[in-house]
Design a protein around this ligand. Structure first.
Ligand code: C2E
Ligand code: CA
Ligand code: CA
Ligand code: CA
Length: 279
């Protein structure tokens, strides 16, 4: 038993070593000035409860020449811990504004949502720069939504309040992402002028899994809060017809998930949702 125990601890430390090596490789690659060229956006469509197409969320993808394709679930937390997220989010702002500009010139009038970390909201100048990118591309600010993710422990500062107020005044939408899973969801609602909230896909998945506590009452409570405050609600991670039916019957405004549409590279997204298929 002693020997097995020792072997196990050796294995564990090898795993930890490998994880640490990968972490530091990712950090180095993210810190390189060349990283911006390896970042791209994919676009996941959103739909109204009635089924009509209603815009998209831009999601970041990263392909490093040496490390290959790395998912945001792996590199965003590392970027947040190392502070590199601010540069990444700044790049996303440029890419999203440029894309929105191209689509707007083709007559696209829908909304595009982008993600920004709490650290990015805490950076002075974030809102002004974002609005400048939109102006450069002649995009109407009403077409942009910024999703505030709560993955970072950073608390909202007065700088963040200023950024949010500046974006709101210009007409940019503010969504609170993964609502109900973060540290301060209710206090955020109290403090900032959000326009919408997004129900985390964990709650949506909980509509059907037997192991987890039923999430119906939770989602209903979230919808009640949103209604009381006049906020729109988007449910994410909709994977089944039953979830879709239940969420629209309960009054969810917008739905997003693999059932309705996966995140798509720009060409596929444009073919489906930007260029009218008839024309
Ligand atoms: P998120 O903002 O909650 O984005 C939704 C995630 O759920 C995306 O994962 C999306 O691909 C995935 N998803 C959508 N529909 C379904 C579904 O029906 N089932 C399942 N299982 N998953 C679904 P993704 O693209 O891997 O992004 C993960 C997270 O990384 C995002 O979560 C967001 O917090 C962060 N992220 C992505 N892009 C950016 C960015 O540009 N900036 C920042 N700061 N964070 C980003
Ligand atoms: Ca999001
Ligand atoms: Ca989310
Ligand atoms: Ca998330």
């Amino acid at each position: 038993a002693k020997r097995a125990g020792r072997n196990r601890s050796v294995l564990l430390s090898q795993e930890q070593f490998a994880a640490e090596a990968r972490r530091s490789a990712i950090t180095q690659a993210l810190a390189s000035t060349a990283v911006e060229a390896d970042l791209r956006l994919v676009f996941q469509p959103q739909f109204r409860a009635c089924g009509a197409f209603d815009g998209a969320e831009a999601l970041l993808r990263w392909r490093d020449p040496r490390l290959g394709e790395i998912g945001p679930a792996e590199f965003i937390p590392i970027a947040e811990e190392t502070g590199l997220i601010q540069r990444i989010d700044a790049r996303v702002a440029v890419l999203a504004a440029r894309q929105l500009g191209l689509w707007a010139r083709r007559g696209w009038r829908h909304r595009l949502a982008v993600n920004a970390s709490a650290q990015t909201f805490a950076r002075a100048g974030f809102a002004e720069e974002l609005l400048q990118h939109l102006a450069d591309e002649e995009v109407c600010p009403q077409q942009l939504v910024v999703e505030l993710t709560e993955t970072s422990l950073a608390t909202l500062s007065s700088v963040a309040d200023h950024n949010i107020a500046t974006l709101r005044r210009a007409g940019v939408g503010i969504a609170i992402d993964d609502f109900g899973t973060g540290y301060a969801s209710l206090s955020y609602l109290h403090r900032i002028e959000a326009t919408e909230i997004k129900i985390d896909r964990g709650f949506v998945a909980g509509l059907e899994t037997a192991e987890r506590r039923d999430s119906k009452p939770l989602i209903q409570a979230i919808l009640g809060i949103a209604q009381a405050l006049g906020l729109a609600v988007t449910a994410e991670g909709v994977e089944t017809e039953r979830q879709r039916c239940w969420l629209s019957a309960e009054g969810c405004d917008r739905l997003q998930g693999y059932l309705l549409g996966r995140p798509l590279p720009v060409d596929a997204f444009e073919a489906a949702f930007v260029t009218p298929s008839a024309g």
